[in-house]
Design a protein around this ligand. Sequence first.
Ligand code: ADP
Length: 173
Amino acid sequence: MANLGKAVRRAVYPGSFDPPTMGHVDVIARAARLFDELIVAVAVNAEKKPLFSLQERVEMMQECCRSMPNVRVMPLEGLLARFAQEVGACAIVRGLRAVSDFEYEFQMASMNHQLAPAVDTCFLMTHQQYAFLSSSIVKEVARLGGDVSQLVPPNVHRRLQQKFAVPTAGENR
Ligand code: ADP
């Protein structure tokens, strides 16, 4: 990559991604155009009791990002600010949907800036099409048998179908 002698501008996009949605993939694609390298950091997030294991979420995200050569997917354990410093990132990328995201994100960004002053948080507005989309709503709809095929990438859709596989008539329960 022609960097003309400039330092590589690397950013981290952290999240639970339980599971990845089209909203996440849209933010990743846009951030990958803004930075030289983007590390998608998949958080362990034990207290959120994820539906998919860390390994499953990392695998799904790797599949989603395969076509983006400057995007890498890594698991994230521990403090995000420390991780960002360790990988030499200049920015943390977060997506912003409705106003309701703002308060928590503002708090996180302030705390991370305190912990790692050289790392700035950069917010990307959600694409209007995905403004209502969250991993939680996708899980809820998929669990109840609704169609989420337009809301998640095809590989994630397959995994959701496997997770919520409903036995067909005549099968043992
Ligand atoms: P977390 O548990 O850290 O909030 P999520 O996996 O829910 O992680 O989301 C990761 C990031 O992606 C957050 O910044 C969140 O605001 C953003 N995000 C989630 N859904 C969307 C969406 N539909 N459009 C844009 N950004 C989104």
